[in-house]
Unconditional design. Structure first.
Length: 332
C-alpha cells in the first residue's frame, strides 16, 4: 500500500476477490492486508479463513519476523475480473483522448486489453458496445502523429520499465543533423497532446526534456542507472508552466471580466491563486518558470490579458506584440 493513500472501501465479496489476487502475487502479512483494504486485522483473519474454507490452497510462511500468507504463484483458481458498463465507458474515454498515439505500442496494448475485456462481457453489454464507444467525441487540436515513432517509443518504454540507459539521436529544430545523447530516462510526460522524455543527459550533465517527434533513433544499453534523489514529475509540474524547466518566480496576469469565468473554472497551474477586483477583472498569481511558454499563452488571450509581473515577462510579451503588429503594418 502506498503511504498517504486512503484505503478504498470494498464490499465483502469484492474485498476477498482482490485479497486473493494480492495473495497470488506476493507474500502478505495480516497487518499489511488490513492497511491495504482498510479493515481490522480480525476481519482479515476471517477473510483468510473463508478463502481457505472455499478450497483455495492458502500457504502459510514463517520465514520472516511476521507470519505471511500466499497463494501459489500463477494460481489458476482466482475469480474472474468483472467489468461494469460504466468502467468500460471510462476505459473508452481514456482511449478517445489518445487518438494521436494511434499506431504506437501504447494504443496497440490498450486495444489488446479492451479486446480481452470485451471477450468476457455478457451479451447485454456487448450489444450496447456501439453506444458506449460513441458517447465521447474529443476534439484535440493540434494533433501530432506518433505512428512513425513506434519503434522509438517501444525502446523508450522498455528503458523506462527496466531502468536502463538510452542513446538518443536527437535533432533540435535549428540543427542540420541529429546529435547522440546518452540519457537516463526518468519519465514520459504528456503536454498539449505531445510526448516528452524527461531524463538525465550525460552530454549536458543535467536534466533535459526531449520531444519524442525529434528523436530519430534510440539504442537500449545494458547500463542500469539510479534516478536522482528528489526527482518527480509532480515537482516538474510545480516548477514549470509547461515543459521548459526554469526556476519559478512570481507571475501576475490581469484578465478582463469578460473572461474571468474561464479563469475561475480551470486550474492553469498547481500554485495559482485568483483574486477578483471590484470591476470584475481577476488577477491570476502563480509561482512558475517557463516565460516563453507563458508569453505565448498570454498572447492567445488577446486584449483580455495583461502581464503585470515579472518585468522579464512583461518585456517579452510586449516585444512579441510589437513584432506581430509590424506584420500588418508592412505594405504587401
Amino acid at each position: 500500500m502506498r503511504i498517504g493513500r486512503r484505503p478504498k472501501k470494498y464490499s465483502q465479496v469484492e474485498r476477498i476477490e482482490r485479497m486473493m489476487r494480492a495473495l497470488a502475487s506476493r507474500l502478505c502479512t495480516v497487518n499489511g492486508l488490513a492497511q491495504e483494504f482498510g479493515v481490522t486485522t480480525r476481519q482479515v483473519r476471517r477473510d483468510l479463513d473463508r478463502i481457505e474454507e472455499a478450497g483455495h490452497p492458502l500457504i502459510p510462511g514463517n520465514d520472516s519476523a511476521e507470519k505471511t500468507w500466499q497463494l501459489p504463484l500463477g494460481y489458476k483458481g482466482l475469480p474472474p475480473i468483472t467489468v461494469s458498463q460504466y468502467e468500460l465507458m471510462s476505459l473508452y474515454l481514456a482511449k478517445s483522448h489518445l487518438t494521436y498515439l494511434a499506431g504506437t505500442p501504447f494504443t496497440d496494448d490498450l486495444d489488446g486489453l479492451i479486446k480481452k475485456i470485451e471477450a468476457s462481457l455478457p451479451d447485454k453489454t456487448v450489444n450496447h458496445l456501439e453506444r458506449i464507444v460513441q458517447v465521447f467525441a474529443p476534439r484535440l487540436r493540434p494533433v501530432r502523429s506518433y505512428a512513425k515513432q513506434k519503434d522509438i517509443l517501444d525502446g523508450i518504454r522498455k528503458a523506462l520499465l527496466l531502468q536502463k540507459r538510452l542513446v538518443l539521436h536527437y535533432q533540435k529544430p535549428a540543427a542540420n543533423k541529429p546529435i547522440a545523447y546518452s540519457v537516463d530516462p526518468y519519465a514520459l510526460l504528456l503536454y498539449q497532446n505531445g510526448l516528452y522524455l524527461s531524463g538525465y543527459s550525460h552530454r549536458s550533465k543535467s536534466l533535459r526534456m526531449f520531444a519524442v517527434e525529434r528523436i530519430h533513433k534510440v539504442t537500449l544499453t545494458d547500463d542500469r542507472f539510479a534516478i536522482q534523489a528528489g526527482f518527480s514529475t509532480e515537482a516538474i509540474g510545480q516548477r514549470s508552466f509547461g515543459v521548459i524547466d526554469e526556476a519559478p518566480q512570481e507571475v501576475r496576469i490581469r484578465f478582463s471580466k469578460d473572461v474571468a469565468y474561464l479563469l475561475k473554472e480551470r486550474q492553469w497551474h498547481p500554485t495559482q491563486t485568483i483574486s477578483e477586483l471590484k470591476n470584475g477583472d481577476v488577477i491570476l498569481t502563480m509561482q512558475a518558470g517557463g516565460l516563453d511558454e507563458m508569453s505565448t499563452w498570454v498572447l492567445g488571450w488577446g486584449p483580455q490579458a495583461k502581464v503585470l509581473s515579472p518585468p522579464a515577462l512583461v518585456k517579452l510579451a510586449a516585444a512579441e506584440l510589437t513584432a506581430a503588429a509590424r506584420q500588418y503594418q508592412r505594405p504587401r
